[in-house]
Design a protein around this ligand. Structure first.
Ligand code: ADQ
Length: 466
């Protein structure tokens, strides 16, 4: 079903990424996809500005940029501490990434999370027309649908989860789990990246809440919710073009020159414990030890811009990675070779595309990841006539789609080491065969496909009167 021309789309996410400037690749793939959806349908992108205010006022900053209207609010310190740095990033994020050991349960966090979701609802409601379709993004805003319903909102409301959904027994550890999941029945459609996350959700609602499970739907009391697996993609063609752009080619040349004939292995990740960076370094070190003849033929470039620096577990991973990179370099470097180049900067998307293209191996080893867009970007940036090899964790959502990557268990240093050797020695015909299959898949299921699949499901849904 096509988008009803009368329905505007209201996108609500924690942060809003307005189109900015004209610089190539200034905006990330998801932001580009959501902006272009809004340009087609009209509508508003609502969320937190990222700014602090002394006292929450509910003032909305409305802006129009390149055909996209954004509406942002500022939050006060206590909101940011309890909702964003607290419940979202110290409770839900670690738990949903299976890190029970890092998850913190504080009633203040849960209270702040509820308060901010209420504030989002209070401020968004006046912007919503009865014919609008609403699309809420990610774990920061699980209860927002219910809050909107409480305020009389009868619109179609969809929710997309960008991170994994944990197994039932794991989620049960969260003190508010049952109430939180029950609140999701306010939505008409919920989207997950993979069947695995979708099944885990269905297990929870069936076994913990007693919901009835049908074909692609779950019912609790009088509410029926459609569940879909809908893997997010990238704009594969745009990424390939970025690699061939002037800045992309310059970055490629710079990397090639500085490699002096050695093969580059590249990792690009937000500095986050879910990305398996320590395990990656240890796997690479194992490779250096097991294959001394290959040592000076390769190097690892790890790009990891710091994120969520106000959260203790992120400060810890940052310093332990610095120590580990220092130790490995100290133990193995020579006067003319350093095994790991570890940088904490962010780069433009065009430069990043050039760096990916220059790398013989893309090493993507999260311990758990909803999807992982870096894996797809690495594939899209390759030279079709001489592509590199993607080594990918089995525990990334992307592994459900990218079966032709070299799949590894990221906890096993031996598997990472073996995979590096296999990738370095892989004949060109096999590299082309694997790359073509992966490129085909990410081109077909690109970010526009993802957006359309979700919004079609949302609009096909009969809105159950709330
Ligand atoms: P993230 O955990 O942020 O996303 P990912 O999907 O890999 O993970 O996206 C990261 C993005 O940041 C990529 O587009 C990458 O190019 C960019 N990036 C990383 N380092 C960079 C650097 N140094 N300079 C510039 N750009 C950089 C969450 C989930 C994922 C899910 C996405 C989308 O955790 O599993 O794939 O949302 O749903």
């Amino acid at each position: 079903m096509e988008f009803d021309p009368l329905s505007r789309l209201i996108i609500i996410s924690n942060r809003v990424s307005a189109p900015k400037g004209t610089e190539t690749g200034a905006q990330g793939g998801l932001a580009v996809a959501l902006s272009s959806a809004l340009r087609e349908t009209g509508g508003i992108w609502f969320g937190w500005s990222g700014e602090r205010t002394d006292e929450f006022t509910g003032h909305i900053d409305l802006q129009r940029n390149q055909g996209v209207t954004t509406a942002t609010i500022d939050l006060e310190d206590q909101d940011i501490d309890e909702y964003y740095n607290g419940y979202a990033n110290r409770t839900l994020w670690p738990l949903f990434h299976y890190r029970v050991d890092l998850a913190e349960y504080e009633r203040d966090f849960a209270g702040g999370y509820k308060r901010v979701n209420e504030r989002f609802a209070d401020t968004a409601v006046p912007l919503i027309d009865p014919a609008d379709a609403i699309w809420i993004q990610d774990y920061h805003l699980f209860p927002l649908g219910e809050e909107l319903r409480k305020r009389g909102c009868k619109n179609r409301i969809g929710f997309f989860l960008h991170i994994p959904w944990p197994p039932r027994r794991l989620l049960s550890i969260l003190p508010e789990a049952r109430a939180l999941v029950r609140s999701l029945f306010a939505y008409d459609v919920i989207g997950f990246h993979t069947d695995e996350w979708l099944q885990a959700f269905v297990d929870f609602v069936r076994d913990e809440l007693g919901a009835n499970v049908g074909d692609g739907v779950v019912t609790l009391d009088d509410r029926t919710l459609r569940v879909i697996a809908c893997p997010i993609g990238i704009d594969a063609q745009e990424f390939a073009d970025l690699a061939a752009s002037v800045k992309g080619r310059l970055a490629y040349r710079r990397m090639r020159d500085s490699s002096v004939g050695r093969d580059m292995i590249v990792g690009v990740d937000r500095l986050d414990y879910s990305k398996g960076l320590e395990e990656r370094f240890l796997g690479y070190e194992r490779f250096l030890v097991e294959h001394p003849e290959e040592r000076k033929e390769v190097f690892l470039l790890q790009i990891a811009p710091p994120s969520r620096g106000e959260v203790g577990s992120y400060q810890k991973i940052r310093s332990s990675l610095e120590r580990l990179a220092g130790r490995i370099n100290g133990a193995h470097a020579d006067t003319d070779w350093v095994p790991i180049r570890y940088v904490n900067q962010g780069y433009g998307r065009d430069e990043l595309a050039g760096v990916y293209r220059a790398a013989k191996i893309g090493l993507v080893t999260p311990l758990r990841d909803g999807m992982n867009l870096v894996a797809k970007e690495y594939v899209a940036a390759q030279n079709p006539e001489d592509p590199g090899v993607l080594i990918l964790s089995r525990f990334a959502g992307a592994a459900e789609q990218l079966r032709d990557a070299v799949l590894v268990n990221p906890y096993s240093a031996e598997e990472i080491s073996d995979a590096i050797l296999l990738a370095l020695r892989m004949p060109k015909e096999e590299r082309i065969r694997r790359w073509s299959a992966m490129m085909e898949s990410i081109t077909t299921q690109d970010v526009s496909w993802w957006r359309k699949t979700f919004t079609d499901a949302l609009l096909a849904e009969e809105c159950t009167p709330a």
